[in-house]
Design a protein around this ligand. Sequence first.
Ligand SMILES: [Zn+2]
Length: 96
Amino acid sequence: MVVICVCQICDDLHETIRIEHPYQYYSIVEQIKTMMQEGILFLIQGNCDFSLIERDIPFLNDVLCHVFMCKSCKCKFELCVETFHGSGGRWEVIHE
Ligand SMILES: [Zn+2]
């Protein structure tokens, strides 16, 4: 089942992004941090402190996984990367 979200605020976030390089991950992290500051997204789940993820700091975990929610439509998004083996990760909408 495909859920079509008509939310204007998180419209751009509904595309699945395959993360193959750390810089892609950090670029998404930076976008999310901005959206969190703007009050568009908020963090609802995570296995490490999202605010501590910075480009020049070593990864905090072998797997980094965070779930965010759009404040407006309550859509959830997952950002997961596997850092240890460098197999990458993805940004995707969670369909429940
Ligand atoms: Zn939304």
